[in-house]
Design a binder for this molecule. Structure first.
Ligand code: SF4
Ligand code: SF4
Length: 118
């Protein structure tokens, strides 16, 4: 299984990290040198710029946590990196809780799954 985050769209909500039963995701500092150490293609790597549509939707939203914070405070913040994609069991828990709708999973059969916030 290949799992990656389209990082310009990641709000840092940490939902993926919190729900994944097999530890696919880690939250990294946005300015850290390990933020692009997964299998995301070049156009999905973090380049310092938040996607405007996602930023407009979430930056003013008061849902109990920070959005687009540089670092993780133990609950939210930072940016999600799929460091352990091969362990994914396709439970789909992350796919319905991703604020940025920015998780992509490619399975061995050639199917692609994209997160949709519900
Ligand atoms: S679909 Fe995969 S990456 Fe997402 S929560 Fe389930 S095991 Fe983790
Ligand atoms: S659930 Fe989506 S928006 Fe939230 S931290 Fe994970 S990848 Fe980023």
């Amino acid at each position: 299984m290949q799992v990656y985050v389209e990082k310009q769209k990641c709000t840092g909500c940490s939902h993926c990290h919190d729900v994944c039963p097999v530890g696919v995701f880690e939250m990294k500092n946005r300015d850290g040198n390990d933020v692009n150490t997964d299998s995301a293609p070049a156009d999905a790597q973090w380049n310092g710029t938040v996607d405007k549509t996602v930023k407009d939707k979430w930056s003013g939203k008061d849902d109990g946590h920070n959005h687009f914070a540089n670092s993780n405070d133990g609950k939210t913040g930072g940016i999600s990196v799929a460091v352990n994609g091969p362990s994914c069991i396709l439970c789909q828990a992350c796919l319905v809780q991703c604020e940025g709708e920015c998780i992509v999973i490619n399975d061995e059969a050639g199917s692609t799954y994209h997160s949709v916030y519900e």
